[in-house]
Design a protein around this ligand. Structure first.
Ligand code: SF4
Length: 336
């Protein structure tokens, strides 16, 4: 279901724009969709009031909590059942963050990620994306949403854009606290600057070498890393907040000197933060996680070369996520 379908339903029942906004706000805050206190309820059209219990049930059915899995760091992985029986994950993050999924499965097929193993199963509708926020807010406060769960947001652009616009308005989440994460797709750089609510941007880099990056992210668009950074920089300057580059650090794959020099070459002087997260071990994948000493040495070296680098001690080891890197990737975004 799309957000637009909900709006149409409400309008058909006689809701005015103010009623529509009020009901969407209530839903996104995770409160009971019953028309509100008596005084407010009397101001809703009769048709809307009568339809509310049924509508509330339908919205609840968009994403239902199947199980929750707390981690030691205060994050909680939520396994959610969708209306058609499919499942996705959201992750409640420390300091009021939430990581949401945008697709069931993923077509990019990154070699270090389990989500891409079966390819794309289906897109999430915009209402299913924001339903993850409504559900999470019943558990605790959510003031930041990162689109880094299952799926590649650029491959479901219309629905993700609609979700961001709603969360940034009726959902009361500041636009800088909405983080669009992508492997890089030219459509993103055309679309995001035109949005009413312009989100922060996280770009998955993982390698500065085009051929190595193509191997790591087999079905990502063939955009040269240098061009990706140039486009990111233009968006960062236009919006006034830095690009967050993501780098899953894998021993013997992208932790070599040539890669580090490549990072300096690409990012020196850029309005950017390099988020490095050591690879999270996953059954079935042969990649190795570098030692913490090695990872800290890399972060220190980059700092010395004027690259603002954040190394995350990757939580996510204690709870397996469906996407092996999901919690780790979500956690690399600073939670303000
Ligand atoms: Fe898709 Fe992200 Fe996994 Fe890559 S890391 S396969 S883009 S979900």
């Amino acid at each position: 279901m799309k957000i637009e379908h909900i709006r149409h339903r409400l309008r058909a029942l006689g809701a005015k724009p103010a009623h529509e906004a009020r009901l969407l706000r209530a839903w996104l805050q995770g409160t009971v969709l019953d028309g509100g206190p008596r005084a407010d309820a009397t101001r809703l059209p009769k048709g809307v009031l009568e339809a509310l219990p049924g509508l509330a049930q339908e919205l609840d059915a968009l994403a239902r909590l199947r199980s929750s899995h707390p981690g030691e760091d205060g994050s909680i992985r939520l396994l959610l059942g969708l209306g058609d029986g499919q499942a996705v994950e959201s992750v409640l993050l420390p300091r009021d963050g939430l990581c949401v999924s945008t697709q069931v499965g993923c077509a990019v097929g990154c070699v270090f990620c389990m989500t891409g193993r079966d390819g794309l199963l289906r897109q999430l509708g915009s209402a299913e994306i924001v339903a993850q926020v409504a559900l999470a807010r019943r558990q605790r406060r959510v003031h930041k949403v990162v689109f880094m769960g299952m799926g590649e947001p650029a491959h479901n652009l219309d629905n993700v854009v609609d979700a961001i616009e709603l969360l940034g308005t009726e959902g009361a989440i500041p636009h800088k606290n909405l983080v669009f994460s992508t492997v890089g797709d030219t459509r993103v750089f055309e679309r995001l600057p035109q949005m009413q609510v312009r989100p922060a941007l996280a770009l998955s880099l993982h390698s500065t070498r085009a051929e190595r990056r193509a191997w790591l992210l087999p079905r990502a668009p063939r955009i040269d890393p240098a061009e990706l950074v140039e486009r990111g920089e233009a968006y960062a300057r236009a919006t006034g907040y830095p690009i967050q580059y993501q780098w899953t650090l894998i021993e013997g794959v992208n932790d070599s000197e040539d890669e580090l020099e490549g990072i300096v070459r690409l990012l020196a002087g850029k309005y950017a933060v390099m988020n490095m997260i050591p690879f999270n071990r996953v059954d079935g994948l042969d990649f190795r996680r570098p030692s913490w000493e090695r990872a800290s040495g890399i972060a220190r070296w980059l700092h010395q070369h004027r690259i603002l680098t954040k190394l995350r001690r990757s939580a996510g080891q204690d709870v397996d996520a469906g996407c092996g890197q999901l919690r780790a990737r979500c956690l690399i975004i600073p939670q303000s």
